[in-house]
Write a protein that binds this ligand. Sequence first.
Ligand SMILES: Nc1nc2c(ncn2[C@@H]2O[C@H](COP(=O)(O)OP(=O)(O)O)[C@@H](O)[C@H]2O)c(=O)[nH]1
Ligand SMILES: [Mg+2]
Length: 472
Amino acid sequence: MDCRNHPLQQTTTRRAEKPHARPLFTRRGDKKTELATFVINDEIIKSNPEAGSLPLQHTSLLSRYFGIAKYNRGKTINMAIARPVRALGLAAVVMWFFFIWQVLKPTSTIKRPGFDFKSFERDPNLDATGEPEGILTYASPEYAPGPKGTARINATLLALVRNEELQDMLSSMRDLERTWNHKFNYPWTFFNDVPFTEEFKKKTQALTKAECRYELIPEEHWAMPSWINKDLYKESTQILKENGVQYADMVSYHQMCRWNSGMFYKHPALANTQYYWRVEPKVHFFCDVDYDVFRYMQDNNKTYGFTINLYDSPESIPTLWPETEKFIAQHPEHIHENNAMNWLTDKVRRPEHNRKANGYSTCHFWSNFEIADMSFWRSKAYEDYFQHLDRAGGFFYERWGDAPVHSIGLGLFEDKNRIHWFRDIGYQHIPFFNCPNSPKCKGCVTGRFTDGENWLHKEDCRPNWFKFASMG
Ligand SMILES: Nc1nc2c(ncn2[C@@H]2O[C@H](COP(=O)(O)OP(=O)(O)O)[C@@H](O)[C@H]2O)c(=O)[nH]1
Ligand SMILES: [Mg+2]
């Protein structure tokens, strides 16, 4: 074998022919004195006796590359940087900025191989967002905790939560207290199907100056109703599971969805309360909100406020719309003339969803965030509707969620102008965000809809809501 053809041999030869020598200087007054010339990663090949010898073994590899050499008397001398090294450094800087841009850039249009999804021409969250129009009431001494808080209206922050979720609940509370409630001191009401532990009570109360109430859900509000056939329930949930419906065989999940759909506002502890803000464990709030949102609802004639608007899994609700149509046929008097039927029945945007859900677009307000007036849930129209659905059994034989049930109720029986997008409230429930463009927001990326997989962008149903209803 001819060793000269060996790659290593060629490299050595090239170096020897064209040594990459660089001069090393020190400064004495204004005069630069050449100390030594050396080859990077090699030994000194020339030294200046006038300047004294330099113990270059003290120069670290890093300092050589970045052109600063330290020697043992603690002085610093400048070196030129080799062109390829400069080019490498520049490339690294460019790559770094490119990486940062990729992470932080707003995501209104998402493209991936084989799937082009356009969420919006332009996500309205990218436009500067201030406070909503209308009557706003700001913090004042009348919002002080306790009986002095005469400006507060009949409203509460409301959470259904398990004892085991204490840490996640505390995290949600911290966010909401910091961004809003420390200014208004609305009470917190916690609900559970088992008694809250002393630890839960102590730690939640410690996070707020406002009053905390801890309520047990009556058995008759939580238990599976007597008319649900247990064998049919088992069989149906098996099928749901095979169809990939999450939590299908978790009875407590079905109970939770039913309670949130038609029970929570019947709890005796809420008998004198009109408005609520629903808060789940492990959610985040990003923006300072300086006005009383409950009074906003009251003074501006709003029934329901949302932040995120999504498509649902049609497999979890195949007969929800057919049952709704039966109800509409029996009770046409409940339908509001300014309803959001177009939003509920759209089949242009995701035709497959509409087909699988038998006529329902599956669009809904994501109900883990709700600021709402319970008078609507207590109205005859909604109560009749809930009773109809409850008897049909779909909370157990299928997995009807409180989000589509609330949304269909609102979309049919309420004036759509009374439904408000709280675009100014920065919010996250994994994996979706509402993140406005406002200097009042910290910790979320403006316009980001999800930090999960790209395909999740197609779950965004806001464009349809804005098209058929309003942005207000
Ligand atoms: N007390 C209690 N709360 C529950 C139960 N199941 C769910 N929740 C609460 O109901 C809300 C929704 O449940 P979650 O697991 O977050 O459902 P997801 O958001 O649909 O994944 C959360 O606030 C939970 O703490 C339950 O069996 N008991
Ligand atoms: Mg949740």
